[in-house]
Design a protein around this ligand. Structure first.
Ligand code: IPE
Ligand code: IPE
Ligand code: MG
Length: 249
């Protein structure tokens, strides 16, 4: 039986982040620390995924976005890219049944057309199979770049204006965000990047405009549900003002 992790008392269940985004970083350094090949670091970085996804679903987070492969990650060696592509297949093969049971709704963020056929078909099948599910929105970013996503949304709007189905006046922030891969989902409330790196690396540029950022030192394969809960606790201690003054000021 998998371990189930109830929320600790330090977390207020009524103020959970609605959308958590995770930049799963540090697999390479983890492999090096353990004197293992890089591919084994990436494999270790899929082993904690199940518990993290399951917990987000159990505690009632609405959306979880995981950065699996960026448009810039094609710059790595062929053997590393191949290993990552294989892991994506393995992940869906082993998890899709349970994700379906939990009514998880899968969306792929990124350009599927730029992926090898096998990966593209597997990812599309996962999206189709879970399309009617009303549980956690699980977004997996594969061949994803934030700038490319913004350009794509701008092009979609232009095409609609050209066609006459949309007027210039109808283009507002809502219309723009509806054309992103995450259309219809809440903005990111909490962005976590493991391994101590403090940058976005082209992830969810639009959706993170008011996200709280937390940078745990742990490498991704060492990050588990109690670490996620600690991030949520810290998130709840932050004062989100959105440019306004606090009531007592
Ligand atoms: C993150 O781990 C996983 C992917 C980019 C796919 P890295 O491979 O970037 O790990 P480090 O940064 O080299 O430790
Ligand atoms: C970001 O991590 C991409 C993923 C985690 C998938 P990288 O390790 O590729 O980013 P940089 O190179 O440190 O910015
Ligand atoms: Mg990295």
């Amino acid at each position: 039986m998998p371990i189930s992790y109830p929320l600790p008392d330090t977390i207020d269940p009524s103020r959970l982040p609605r959308h958590i985004a995770i930049i799963m970083d540090g697999n390479g350094r983890w492999a090096k620390q353990h004197k293992l090949q890089i591919a084994l670091g990436h494999r270790a970085g899929t082993e904690n995924l199940r518990e993290i996804i399951r917990n987000c679903s159990d505690i009632g987070v609405k959306a979880l976005s995981l950065y699996a492969f960026s448009t810039e990650n094609w710059n790595r060696s062929k053997s590393e890219v191949d290993a990552l592509m294989q892991l994506i297949l393995d992940f869906f093969d082993s998890e899709i049944d349970e994700l379906c049971e939990k009514r998880v709704h899968i969306t792929i963020l990124g350009d599927k057309a730029g992926l090898p056929d096998t990966q593209r078909v597997t990812l599309e099948a996962a999206e189709q199979r879970t399309a009617a599910n009303d549980g956690l929105y699980l977004n997996i970013a594969v061949n994803y770049g934030g700038r490319a996503e913004l350009v794509r949304a701008a092009k979609a709007l232009c095409a609609e204006v050209q066609k006459g189905s949309l007027s210039l006046d109808q283009i507002d922030e809502q219309a723009f965000s509806d054309r992103l891969y995450t259309g219809g989902m809440p903005d990111v409330d909490l962005l976590i990047r493991t391994s101590g790196e403090m940058r976005l690396s082209n992830f969810l540029l639009y959706q993170c405009s008011y996200a709280e950022f937390i940078f745990p030192e742990k490498l991704w394969p060492d990050f588990h549900v109690p670490d996620l809960h600690e991030c949520i606790r810290v998130y709840q201690s932050r004062d989100r003002r959105y440019g306004a003054r606090r009531a007592e000021e």
